[in-house]
Each structure stands twice: as structure tokens, then as C-alpha cells.
Design a protein around this ligand. Structure first.
Ligand SMILES: [Fe+2]
Length: 296
């Protein structure tokens, strides 16, 4: 069983906070929390206090990624397993916990992506006022399976898969290989969501993060969002369907240069019975997503 239950939040740093402000409401269709300011934007997408955060900084990249754990016992157990694996675990300070709107958390540096991972207990839920999309969207499928997924760059795909399964109890949903047989990506689950965490090996990638995916409640919201991004010249790919999670989606750039994926219709997995799949890129029934293989 996974030590974590779901992806809680992804926070980045950006040199363009005002660009992100406009992008959040005009493009993503999400809600800027009232407690955002020019040094930190909290972006709401469901009843959680925030799912995306953007901190003012010089670097345009991911700053940290938060994962829910179910209890203090689970938090302590996960920290113990990380330490036993030789990973330094640091207790978050009360100031940091307040900044993240969580009760308690620990953090460690992912040895494969160099991204700070935070294991959090009690990420704040705001029941009222309800999340209100800032443009006409039917909302997102989050709830018990979390905000979607995050894809990070890593050179050692098989090492990352081994670490997250052995130490934190993720399950491998599938491995993707290049046509020449080289391991290209690993997709992992910690709930019935097909994947919440993935690592991709793209030599020379300019950042640590490639994209964050949100699952829309309707197919039309993917289409309308695509039209909007096309009009603004910020699409990263055309629409298409992935062969592994079956999602109908497209990718688009944000002001920091990394990408969002809005998708609909993903298949789910049963974490208790799922057997890791293995496929070769370009095979199967996938279509579209023109530009994906060049997207960094
Ligand atoms: Fe994705």
C-alpha cells in the first residue's frame, strides 16, 4: 500500500508573477485565492486551499511537490522508510506548514529528479465559498484521487521506479520504452488514478518539471480550452489520445515555460491487482498530440 494517497499540490517559482496572475484566470480558468499577493499566488481548483502555487523567484521551475498522507502514523512511517533508505528527511517548520496550509509535513529531496518532495498531513479544505472556475468550465475530477499528475525529468527511470515503489509504496502502472529499447518513462500510481507521478528521460531538458495534468469533468472543456490556447498561440501539442491512460488531452505552455495538460476520460487502475505494463512509444492506438516528442 502506498505511503501517500494523492498529489496534494505543485508549487513553482516564476520571474513573471503578473503573467501567472492573468494566465490563472484567463487560460487555466482557475481561481486565485484571496490571500495571494505579489510574492506568492495560491491557485484553487477544487475545495483544497490551493492545488498550484507560484512563488516569485528568479528561476522558472518547480519548487516543491506535496503528497497527502493519511495520518501522523503514516507520516512517521514514511519518514522512517526514507531514512532507512539513506534519504535525509527534514521536519517542516510551523511557519512553512502555515505557508502551505497543512497541519504538519516532512520533506526530502528526490534523488532522481532533484525536486523537493513534501509529505503532508491535513492540507486545508475550504468548504465555503465553493471553488468557482474563472471561465466557463464544469470543474475537475480531483477528490480522493488528487489533483491529477506531475511529470518530472529524471535520467535514471528504472532507479526512480524502484525507489518510489520500494520506499514509498507507489505502484508502477507502466514503463514506456523508446523504439530502440531504451527506458523512456515510468508512470506510477498511489490511488486508482492511472498515474499521479511520472518520470521522463529527456537529455538536455531545461527544467526539472515537464507538466502537470488536470482531468476535466467534460470532454468539451478540453476542446474549448484547446481553442482558447490556439487563439493565444500557447499550445504545445495538438489534441490526441494517449495509449497508456487512454486520456483525450492536449498540452499548453504556462508563463514559466513548462506545461499543463488538460485531459478527459482517463482509465483508472485497481492498485491491489494492477500488473505493470510495458509498451513501446508510437505503438498502439494513440493518435494526435503532435509536438509531444519535442516538448520540453
Ligand atoms: Fe500527462
Amino acid at each position: 500500500m502506498a505511503a501517500v494517497n494523492q498529489l496534494s499540490y505543485v508549487v513553482g517559482t516564476s520571474s513573471d508573477i503578473s503573467g501567472w496572475k492573468k494566465y490563472t484566470t484567463e487560460v487555466l480558468g482557475l481561481e486565485l485565492s484571496a490571500d495571494s499577493d505579489d510574492s506568492l499566488l495560491y491557485v484553487r481548483a477544487d475545495e483544497r486551499h490551493h492545488r498550484i502555487g507560484v512563488r516569485a523567484g528568479h528561476e522558472d521551475d518547480v519548487a516543491y511537490v506535496g503528497w497527502d498522507v493519511a495520518s501522523k502514523t503514516a507520516l512517521d512511517a514514511a519518514a522512517g522508510k526514507l531514512e532507512a533508505a539513506g534519504i535525509k528527511v527534514v521536519q517542516g517548520t510551523p511557519e512553512e506548514a502555515s505557508d502551505r496550509h497543512v497541519m504538519d509535513f516532512v520533506h526530502f529531496m528526490c534523488p532522481y529528479s532533484d525536486v523537493r518532495m513534501e509529505l503532508v498531513l491535513g492540507h486545508e479544505i475550504i468548504f465555503m465559498p465553493r471553488f468557482r472556475p474563472s471561465r466557463d468550465l464544469a470543474g475537475f475530477n480531483m477528490g480522493q484521487t488528487g489533483m491529477g499528475h506531475v511529470v518530472l525529468y529524471a535520467k535514471d527511470i528504472l532507479g526512480a521506479a524502484d525507489f518510489y515503489t520500494r520506499v514509498l509504496g507507489f505502484g508502477v502502472t507502466d514503463f514506456a520504452h523508446a523504439p530502440d529499447g531504451a527506458p523512456f518513462a515510468v508512470f506510477m500510481h498511489c490511488s486508482s488514478r492511472h498515474h499521479s507521478l511520472a518520470f521522463m528521460n529527456i537529455p538536455g531538458a531545461p527544467r526539472r518539471i515537464q507538466h502537470v495534468m488536470f482531468e476535466t469533468n467534460t470532454m468539451d472543456d478540453v476542446g474549448h480550452s484547446y481553442d482558447l490556447c490556439l487563439e493565444r498561440g500557447i499550445t504545445s501539442t495538438s489534441t490526441g489520445r494517449h495509449q497508456n491512460d487512454h486520456v483525450f488531452s492536449f498540452y499548453f505552455r504556462n508563463p514559466s515555460g513548462w506545461h499543463f495538460e488538460y485531459g478527459w476520460g482517463a482509465r483508472v487502475v485497481d492498485p491491489d491487482t494492477w500488473i505493470a505494463e510495458n509498451y513501446v512509444l508510437g505503438s498502439g492506438f494513440a493518435w494526435g498530440h503532435d509536438g509531444l516528442m519535442k516538448m520540453v
